[in-house]
Design a protein around this ligand. Structure first.
Ligand code: HGY
Ligand code: MN
Ligand code: MN
Length: 433
């Protein structure tokens, strides 16, 4: 008698099947030793030697696990466990290994090693699967170096034109498009990086929450409904460098004071907007370049990076327009020049509604307190959602801190998240196509 898929899954997926916690945490610690800096901070900026080394280590771990490893032209890594027919679309689970400057050790790696441990567990228990499972590590998820985020997953989803990279430049003046050219990637080769959506059944990402909600509500798993998206700009005020001692106040064209006015406005307008019903908007100026940048010269030129985010697309666009308008007003009042360069403007991404009950059922079966919630941070899942059903599983961040050496998630929470990911992978794999 042919058993139902549930019975099939039950037979092939004994409830006793559990990830190897020690191995998972060992992998996370091994990766965390690459890019370790002062006060336990992590720096693995995209295409840096340390970031490349972390990807090299992952390839070794995947090979050791007996997975079929594929690295694409930009450096995205896929470790595949075959299953089902040759054309069966794969369930992919993954995240990223690159970090922000002086960040934490959990943002990204938790999702990569969690997925690796889930697939390794399936393989060593010889669980028959109706489709391939792939562990993915995407290149350049963080915008820290070039201002451009989710690079690898955007390319896989066919979301990048060369012109989109025009203003993606790092602090040393290195252009992202030049780095791609050095890898043999030009306008005409970008399309070759796109993955055929027919080869992907679903995408799942385990990630730290990077916010305070799960801890505050004493929940252990977050089931993500949607991902906030950024509008990122480069704002350049150009006044007049001059002597800080001899130039009278009324004759100055001080670019830094103009920048300070705009920074204050961004904070004020985002606080205001977040109180209104149109939806919470957050705005940050995280980086600034001042020229000449010395104590006895009036700043002649200041370049600001502006990051405005919201789940509510209209609210985000409205705030971005108000910030641009205010920048123009400030420049006019002060008689200084203004340039506003778009880096990227993305739409908030709803995640797949049909994956939510799958994750919720696992949490309820295992009595895990869970929270259904949006993500304020960006993730590779927002790009993968453009070519496949995408879902995200959050685990708590201590005090909600992230992008900081104080970023911390308890080992037992990481292991629980990986176990929920494992069981979600199997359930999704067994769903009818
Ligand atoms: O910046 C972000 O939202 C994410 O942490 N990459
Ligand atoms: Mn991050
Ligand atoms: Mn991340």
């Amino acid at each position: 008698m042919i058993s139902t898929r549930q019975e099939q899954r039950a037979n092939l997926f004994p409830a006793s099947l559990a990830i190897n916690k020690k191995r998972l945490l060992n992998d996370l610690n091994a990766i965390s030793r690459i890019g370790l800096g002062e006060h336990g901070s992590m720096t693995r900026l995209v295409f840096s030697i340390k970031e490349l080394r972390s990807r090299q280590l992952l390839i070794h771990l995947m090979t050791q696990a007996g997975l079929k490893v594929h690295v694409d032209r930009i450096g995205n890594i896929f470790g595949r466990l075959n299953g089902g027919g040759p054309k069966a679309p794969a369930v992919i689970a993954g995240s990223h290994l690159d970090s922000v400057l002086h960040g934490g050790k959990f943002d990204g790696p938790v999702g990569v090693v969690g997925a690796l441990e889930a697939v390794r567990t399936l393989k060593e228990n010889k669980v028959g699967l109706p489709c391939p499972i792939e562990v993915a590590c995407f290149v350049g998820e963080e915008s820290s170096r070039f201002g451009f985020s989710t690079l690898g997953s955007s390319l896989l989803a066919g979301q990048v034109r060369m012109e989109d990279l025009a203003n993606a430049v790092d602090a040393h003046g290195t252009k992202l498009e030049d780095v791609l050219a050095s890898m043999g990637i030009y306008r005409d080769t970008l399309a070759s990086l796109k993955r055929d959506p027919a080869t992907v059944k679903a995408y799942l990402e385990l990630h730290i929450e990077q916010g305070p909600i799960l801890e505050a509500k004493k929940k252990k798993i977050g089931i993500v409904t949607a991902i906030a998206a950024p509008t990122r700009l480069k704002v350049i005020f150009t006044g007049q460098a001059d002597h800080s001692g001899t130039t009278p106040m009324e004759m100055r064209k001080d670019a830094l004071v103009a920048a300070a006015q705009l920074i204050g406005y961004i904070e004020e307008i985002c606080r205001e907007y977040s109180k209104m019903e149109q939806g919470r908007v957050v705005g940050t100026v995280g980086a600034m370049k001042i020229e000449p940048g010395v104590i006895n010269a009036i700043p002649g030129k200041v370049e600001l990076s502006v990051d405005i985010r919201s789940i509510a697309a209209k609210a985000k666009d409205r705030v971005a327009a108000m910030v641009k308008r205010r920048a123009r007003e400030i420049a006019k009042q002060r008689g200084i020049a203004l340039e506003i360069l778009p880096i990227r403007a993305e739409h908030p991404v709803p995640l797949d509604e049909s994956l939510l009950p799958v994750i919720r059922e696992i949490c309820e079966e295992k009595n895990i307190p869970y929270e259904i919630m949006p993500s304020g941070a960006g993730h590779d899942a927002m790009q993968m959602a453009k070519i496949a059903r995408a879902g995200m599983i959050f685990i708590p961040s201590k005090k909600g801190i992230s992008h900081s050496p104080l970023e911390w998630t308890a080992p037992e929470d990481i292991c629980l998240g990986a176990q929920v990911l494992l069981e979600t992978i199997v359930k999704v794999a067994y769903e009818k196509n």
